[in-house]
Design a protein around this ligand. Structure first.
Ligand code: UDP
Ligand code: MG
Length: 316
């Protein structure tokens, strides 16, 4: 056993109903892992209040006063799940050996945290928590959530299937993450870009035990849209292809128009209009595609992502 200094980061938005239970379950798990020598005694549970409007912050500050295993970070306003998570991770990255991020509703099985830490001890920098089943989710949630992963990968954003934001990252992986300066944050897509040795642990997803989902369909759709537009220039490339298809159709339309004209089925001016409309349509789409390519490049530049991440440097 390596006595790993583990920090668990929990973003909380209006979670007054869930927090008392969450904190006591986490505390029990910590005591167990400490007694097994898996994590060190100065491991912490860090709760990030994402500008909640209920009693979330007073619960968090109460916990941190009672027991110094708890820490609280209060964001000045509701920054959204991804930003709240990042705020927590970046605050602790230099202090811990590794950090696990998990939702406040404990839909993700906390017992696999021990497995994550073991994998970390074996040399993994990133351990993804992957849902093996979704039986407890409603059909609608399961359908939309699974569609979400498939659609994202089809659109070119490389995400781990059925993995949300339940994962362990070593402090080295967190430092690498801090090199990504983008404002439109989509952590699920970013973490695989870091590289480093990674592994997965599987668990069954439970029901939210208290309170309501903070991710209604509308938020989920905009999250998916964010994921695609923050990761992929595929939609731009699709404009290109569409332009080429229309150009091809223009040729067919021209042949059709000329034949019709030749056989005298047409009124005056129809053939030339027909050809111009199709041809111009194609030219316009291709032009938009070309401009899009440049915009795609600008978009990549403005992200200022790190061009490489060094994993090891052996000297002498
Ligand atoms: N959350 C947050 N800020 C927000 C929305 C949600 O910090 O603006 C937190 C929330 O408290 C929870 C996690 O993000 O810990 C995931 O939210 P939720 O469980 O409601 O999502 P679902 O599991 O339904 O997808
Ligand atoms: Mg949840």
């Amino acid at each position: 056993m390596k006595d790993t200094k583990l920090f668990v980061v929990i973003p909380c938005y209006n979670e007054e109903e869930a927090l008392p239970e969450t904190s006591s379950r986490m505390l029990k798990l910590f005591d167990k892992m400490k007694s097994e020598g898996l994590i060190s005694n100065d491991s912490k549970i860090v709760m990030v209040d994402d500008g909640s409007r209920d009693k979330t912050w007073s619960i968090i500050s109460g916990l941190s006063e009672q027991n110094d295993v708890f820490r609280g970070i209060k964001l000045a306003h509701n920054a959204g799940h991804q930003n709240a998570l990042l705020a927590g991770l970046m605050t602790v990255k230099d202090e811990c050996d590794c950090a696990v991020s998990i939702d406040a509703d404990l839909q993700d099985d906390i017992n696999v945290i021990a497995d994550m830490v073991k994998k970390y001890d074996d040399g993994c920098d990133v351990v993804y928590g992957v849902r093996s089943k979704r039986e407890t989710d409603t059909f609608f949630k399961r359908f939309t959530a699974e569609g979400f992963y498939k659609f994202l990968s089809a659109m070119g954003a490389d995400v781990v299937y059925n993995h949300a934001d339940y994962r362990l990252m070593s402090s080295r992986a967190l430092s690498a993450l801090s090199e990504f300066k983008e404002v439109n944050l989509f952590l699920r897509g970013l973490v695989p870009l870091i590289g480093f040795k990674s592994d997965k642990v599987y668990y069954e997803r439970a029901e939210r035990f208290a309170g309501e989902s903070k991710y209604p369909l509308k938020k989920m759709l905009s999250f998916a849209f964010d994921g695609i537009t923050s990761f992929s220039v595929k939609p731009i490339k699709m404009v290109w292809s569409l332009g080429l298809i229309v150009c091809l159709a223009a040729i067919i339309a021209a042949i059709y128009a000329l034949i019709s004209k030749f056989f005298g089925y047409t009124s005056d001016g129809w053939a030339s209009l027909m050809c111009s409309i199709w041809f111009l349509g194609g030219v316009q789409l291709v032009s938009v595609g070309v401009i899009g390519e440049y915009i795609g490049k600008i978009y990549k530049e403005t992200k200022a992502r790190p061009r490489y991440i060094i994993e090891e440097y052996k000297k002498d």
